[in-house]
Design a protein around this ligand. Structure first.
Ligand SMILES: Cc1ncc(C[n+]2csc(CCOP(=O)(O)OP(=O)(O)O)c2C)c(N)n1
Length: 658
């Protein structure tokens, strides 16, 4: 029997409905509707090699509609990715399987990112497509020359972040980005018309995209549209008109097939309608062989690429391999060490955002894969250093990205750059606006990506801009996300140390939380060790046996130091502990943590934010000096006094406890 397109696509449909039925949960509709489109993409266009899933020049495929995970798992199994076996498909959504409810990065080769939070797949793919152009600009089209394909649904395109991301991609003319839009008019509540009447192609055309509309069940029409899209000088959106749960006799075209198993009777009827008589999970040999043959298509390309890669000048090849592997260059610490030596000598009193800019001046030239940016606050967040050219449409050799006022899009794009490889992205906005990017930071943490957020204007200390701009709950809220290092350095030396740690945190995103206002130098003696590496340390020991431990971060360190003096005048010995990174401190041994927090001392913490989280360090009988509500508009020094975040308040709290 000759295997035709219908057989190939029906294999996806069958695996999907059987896996969802076996799990008795999942989303059969979308994979069944997009099976034709995906088959065309994976058998004729996508450049990949299942035997070399990390091949740097592979096309990236992002399933933005992550609820349709069975589409991706079916494709990975059928094309021959080792990680996804038929037993993994049978174990869909079960504990310990690689086939989680939504695709999870790192669970199986071929999953380019974690998807499920709608809109983020598309926004992350924009970062991948940008990274492709940037890494190509650095190393040449011979080794970097691929596309980024996205399958996105109505939900992805309704989400706000899709607007930010699509607008940004259109502006940059990311022509190798091709979005296959599952235009099925159905979401969970029913028809999309309940809440949506956008003209999607017109919307994307307005962003500067190339657009087309095709029958998503006509293989040749889909193929022709992809071919055309590849040749266009703009990113492309192909609206594929599909029927959700194509083939299901009563549920096709209805929301009933979106997110629940079809049921035995409906599956029986679907098998008949599709002409698929095979048993559950049984893919006939000839159909599987045809799929595996499609999966083997890319091997020749990959071997040819190996040749071109091998022909690179040795030093260039080594640099390409290093950057793609995410290894920092040899000797990168030399410049930061020199910077620290200078800071110990100069003892500058300056805002930590200024210190951060100065650290970057030392780092950027020696770590060429760092790519900076900001959401239209460059002069405030100090993320751009001299000689950093801006990225523009058609000109991708620069090191600086103007993301525009698109915090969420920026953070998602940085995830995409980090996932693509060859780039360490960092970019800035105000700490208070970290709320706008938080969902992407959460995914970064979940995917274990090295993405660095520069978050300045970190408290009431920013002053006159007032409560809309003064973060209060943000430190607590960022600290609540697992696997995010929240750094709040106190001076130039701590800022340098925290940057060093952020760059080395290969599996953890970082938030560099920095002040607008000037800060005195508190680390005035050279140290061979990076003291911030332990997250918290005794910055100033008590004179004699400590009765009080004062805990603080960032700008409140100097308040704690002054309080220490006030207490000393009263004969109360206190130590000051700097805690620039709780997450790293929590990883230290109990002995170390106890030695820093002090045995038998009373503890007072001071931070210009809310108390949440500090009780674990100050204990049930400790005190906290900080904010209890929103800030106000006034000069910073008046605000600290007004909200009673002062050395006298800290000293008084300590006196009341001893
Ligand atoms: C940010 C976000 N909000 C809500 C959801 C829950 N959710 C999952 S799928 C879906 C509907 C998506 O509709 P559509 O993209 O049209 O998918 P289809 O019904 O065609 O499968 C919703 C609301 C989600 N996954 N992410």
């Amino acid at each position: 029997m000759t295997v035709d397109h219908k057989d190939l696509a029906n294999a996806i449909r069958a695996l999907t409905m059987d896996a969802v039925q076996a799990a008795n949960s999942g989303h059969p509709g979308m994979p069944m509707g997009m099976a034709d489109v995906a088959t065309i993409l994976f058998t004729r266009f996508l450049k990949y090699d299942p035997t070399a899933p990390d091949w740097p020049d592979r096309d990236r495929f992002v399933l933005s509609a992550g609820h349709g995970s069975m589409l991706l798992y079916s494709l990975l199994y059928l094309t021959g990715y080792e990680d996804i076996t038929i037993s993994e498909i049978k174990n869909f959504r079960q504990l310990g399987s690689k086939t989680a409810g939504h695709p999870e990065y790192g669970e199986a080769a071929g999953i380019e990112m974690t998807t499920g939070p709608l809109g983020q797949g598309l926004a992350t793919a924009v970062g991948m497509a940008l990274a492709e152009r940037m890494v190509a600009a650095r190393f040449g089209d011979d080794v970097v020359d691929h596309h980024t394909y996205v399958v996105a649904g109505d939900g992805d395109l309704m989400e706000g972040v899709s607007h930010e991301a699509a607008s940004f991609a259109g502006h940059l003319g990311l022509s190798r980005l091709i979005v296959l839009y599952d235009d099925n008019n159905i979401s969970i509540d029913g028809g999309t018309g309940l809440a949506w009447s956008d003209d999607v192609p017109a919307r994307f055309a307005a962003y500067g995209w190339d657009t087309s509309v095709v029958d998503g069940h006509d293989p040749e029409a889909v193929a022709a549209a992809i071919k055309t899209a590849q040749a266009r000088p703009a990113p492309s959106l192909i609206a594929c008109k599909t029927t959700i749960a194509y083939g299901a006799p009563t549920k096709a075209g209805t929301a009933a097939s979106h997110g629940a198993a079809l049921g035995e009777d409906e599956i029986k009827g679907t098998r008949e309608a599709l002409g698929w008589p095979h048993a559950p999970f049984d893919i006939p040999d000839d159909i599987l062989a045809a799929w595996r043959q499609a999966g083997a298509r890319g091997a020749a390309d990959r071997v040819a690429w190996d040749g071109r890669h091998g022909a690179l000048e040795a030093a260039v090849r080594a640099e390409f391999d290093r950057a793609m592997a995410g290894r920092l260059p040899d000797g990168w610490k030399t410049s930061i060490e020199a910077f620290k030596t200078k800071m110990i000598a100069d003892k500058p009193a300056q805002a930590s955002r200024i210190s951060s800019g100065a650290v970057l001046e030392a780092l950027i030239p020696v770590v060429p894969e760092t790519i900076g940016g900001s959401a239209d606050l460059t002069g405030s967040v100090n993320t751009r250093v001299p000689n950093m050219a801006a990225i523009e449409a058609g000109s991708f050799a620069g090191r600086y990205v103007h993301y525009g006022i698109r915090e969420f899009g920026m953070a998602a794009a940085m995830n995409g750059m980090a996932l693509h490889g060859g780039i360490i992205p960092y970019a800035g906005t105000f700490l208070v606006f970290s709320d706008y990017l938080r969902p992407a930071l959460r995914l970064s943490a979940l995917m274990k990506q090295r993405v660095i957020h520069v978050l300045t204007h970190d408290s009431i200390g920013l002053g006159e801009d007032g409560p809309t701009h003064q973060p209060v709950e943000h430190l607590a809220s960022l600290r609540a996300i697992p696997n995010v290092n929240v750094f709040r350095p106190a001076d130039a030396i701590e800022t340098a140390e925290c940057w060093e740690l952020a760059l080395q945190s290969e599996d953890t995103p970082s938030a560099m939380v920095l002040t607008r206002q000037g800060l005195p130098a508190v680390r005035t003696e050279a140290s061979a060790d990076n003291l911030c590496a332990r997250g918290g340390y005794v910055l100033s020991s008590a004179a004699g046996a400590a009765r009080v431990t004062l805990l603080a971060t960032g700008s409140e360190i100097s308040i704690a130091m002054d309080a220490q003096k006030l207490l000393a005048a009263d004969g109360i010995a206190a130590s000051v502990v700097s805690m620039p990174c709780w997450e790293l401190f929590d990883k230290q041994s109990e002995t170390y943590r106890k030695s820093v927090l002090g045995a038998g001392t009373v503890r007072v913490a001071v931070e210009a934010g809310v108390r949440l989280g500090w009780d674990q360090y100050v204990g049930s009988d400790g005190c906290f000096v900080g904010m209890t509500g929103f800030g106000a508009s006034a000069p910073a020094k008046d605000l600290y006094k007004h909200f009673n975040i002062t050395s006298e308040a800290v000293a008084q709290a300590a006196r009341s406890l001893v």
